[in-house]
Design a protein around this ligand. Sequence first.
Ligand code: ADP
Ligand code: MG
Length: 697
Amino acid sequence: MRPEILFPLFKPTDSLKGVGARLKIALEKLAGEHVMDLLFHLPSGLTKRTRIEQLDEQFLDQQVIITGTARQHYPSRNRRVPYRITVDVNDRPLTLTFFNGREDYLKRQLPIGEPRLISGKLEEYSGSYQMTHPDHILALGDAGSIDTEEAVYPLTAGVSNNVLLKIISSAEKLIPQLPEWIDPNLVTREGWKSWKEALEASHHPKTDADLEPDDPERQRLAYDELLSNQIALELVRNSMKRKKGRSLTGGADVIERLEQALPYTLTHAQNSALSEIFADMQSPYRMLRLVQGDVGSGKTAVALMAIGKAVGSGAQAAFMAPTEILARQHLNSLKPFTDAAGLKIELLTGRIKGKKRAEILDRLSAGEIDILVGTHALFQEDVVYQDLGLAIIDEQHRFGVHQRLSLSAKGKPEHGGVDVLVMTATPIPRTLALTAYGDMDVSIIAEKPPGRKPVETRAIPVERLEDLATGLQRKLEVNERIYWVCPLVEESEVSDLAAAEERFRYLSHLYPEKVGLVHGRMKGDEKEAVMEAFKNGDIQILVATTVIEVGVDVPEATVMIIEHSERFGLAQLHQLRGRVGRGGLAGTCLLIYSGPLGETQKARLKIMRETEDGFRIAEEDLRLRGAGELLGTRQSGLPEFKLADLQLHGRLLEIARDDARSFLQQDPKLSTSRGSAIRTLLYLFERDSAIKYLQSG
Ligand code: ADP
Ligand code: MG
């Protein structure tokens, strides 16, 4: 339950004075629905005003505050002519101009003969002083005065800065004094203020430096958010670890048979990932491990060995891929080896139905299937394993923390949770890995199997497309395969599909019967038939919208052509490029672009030409795009930060991670007074779902 002290912060914004239904909707778009969201909506700028007694040239083009008395109103009957008012400022005239000014309103604001405090930018127009749309007009002696420093907020339609200033100022009155959740040593070292003081100060910047991400107040607020993220992840992780799991200790014989069946020896990187995985599987606690390895680093073989250990220890294994095609491909690449080692492997996807499915489920629950490969279908409710010991999830950046957890619930209750091994080809920058995957242990396969030829990457203007297309002849003669990607852009799916179809017709005309087309609207078995034809060489050019499944393995593929490459992010380009040059043949990646290119687009293509290092590419991607966009925040289950910026606050993130770990070691139940302050912090940032892991442990 949310602590009472936070109640005022979680009131809806329309509980604030002056916020009605319409404004509430606009505020929700801008910041959120709660008072707290407004308080976390920090200024992005600062207006500095000078209080002046006399109009003077030296103040031109500056923001000033003056005292002026209206002498004459010149209402306008013509929309194009502004409403003007002359005011006397210490005997000198100043003209106030209002476009579309309302007469009744302005006469009330600036009655003739009455002094007013007025602020705005001092300008010159036709040789006299002028101020267009003053931002404040106040009667003297009014309760308020005009601030010489005023925050400027990011705005949205229907919310002006003045309105926001008033609303946030009344929201500030609700800021409670909260117990300190940060390690006191850190507070001292960084010279931080309390949460309340830091939040208030952030809304009242005095200098431009106060707006910067390295401003101490902003750092403190960012740290709070990062700490809540790291504590939440650490709680999940600890509860997973404390969860009893199955100790899978056997399997040496099966592993040896599998190793003998492989046509290569495992690399050092594969072996070291495996020894971490085996140690987890042997321990009596549940494994939750992420294996990160660039495309082509050989994760499948690692998965195979882990499966061998699970099955050799008497348990079953499940291997889940995000799509049907990938699931089938995994089955095909595992089966020769599992067959050789005498293990029984089956496929289960959403397309397998009726009698066939019933038969698979029977054998599964009877323990006659050792390994089940498939899609989400593997974890449907009626799928009952005889004794599931290991769940492997491939390409999982599409799943969130909670989905990962639900997977591990398929084991026998008396054996505790299933060991979970997650494999991703998305190289994740360290900072992101900490926030998104901090609940998991991580193994990295840092080296690729020997014999990989580098992929040559070139950027090619679309004007040269025909030359390029006709030049493919040479590749076809030596039986190489070519991917030709035409991206699908969400807003105009139909016309982009048409573009892919047109490209297909054009290439088919050049190379009759050598070209195939796959796109997202095709039925699963149609897609597979085309992929199959591409694999076995019946067709040699595959035109695809981006649906060519990341992970598809066709060793003869040597050329990757990407149209509109400027529309892709770096990570995507890297993934696509990873599809070629796998079979020991040199690969080529051609990035077709239609100019003129923006700076970011140029930078992307440049990086692609410079490096094949997935981690470097990911870091650059983070730099160019920002964290939110990188993995597609929403679908990836990546947390969104309101106050922290992963690019700018990386230092704080590492401190938060270490602090979260060491603190939870001392106080795993959050029962000390700092522990209870940390609970409040989790509720403040709505990460309280992690609290349930305290009880369940
Ligand atoms: P990933 O899934 O990490 O992208 P794969 O597991 O599909 O990579 O492996 C890519 C290719 O490398 C496959 O063709 C596989 O047979 C091969 N491979 C894997 N491990 C080794 C190794 N140790 N030595 C040589 N080739 C390997
Ligand atoms: Mg793979």
